[in-house]
Design a protein around this ligand. Sequence first.
Ligand code: FES
Length: 175
Amino acid sequence: MAMNGKGKAGETDDAVGNASISPNTTAPNTQIKYRDTLLFRLHEVQNRTRGKTWITKEELAGIAQDYGIPLAELDGIVSFYTMFSRERRGRHVIRLCDSLSCRICGSLDIYQHLRKKLGISRGMTTGDGVFSLEIVNCLGACSTSPNIMIDDHLISGLSLAEIDAMLDRLAKEGV
Ligand code: FES
């Protein structure tokens, strides 16, 4: 514990003598904190316009410049997270969980059904640009498996007919 200013640099005492560490603005901490906002920014840019579900090269370059990080590094971050895409995707992104619980509870049946209904396989976008179909790892809702996400909405426990109805409604909505 630092007492009367005799402790290490950056330590201060409060009224009852408890030491605390004051923020060191010269440490890389500041940079790390700044980067905390990076994922939010990427989400915001990706979904800024209704119906746009990917990040363009120009947007990526702009973010890299704003954050002062190399474009290659940002590219690595974006490709690490499956929520982001640098490729053009459909207006609606369907993410089907195929991790253990969902697989046991029928994710494969849902996949086969979606493949047939939409005429596309994983990683593809329908010809009309309405839907992209992605296979993802656990969505964190195993107790309600099988799960899919459509855009930002987690969908659990729907029958194939109910999923169809939802997709039909989205397809009719337009942008
Ligand atoms: S396994 Fe699908 S949500 Fe966890």
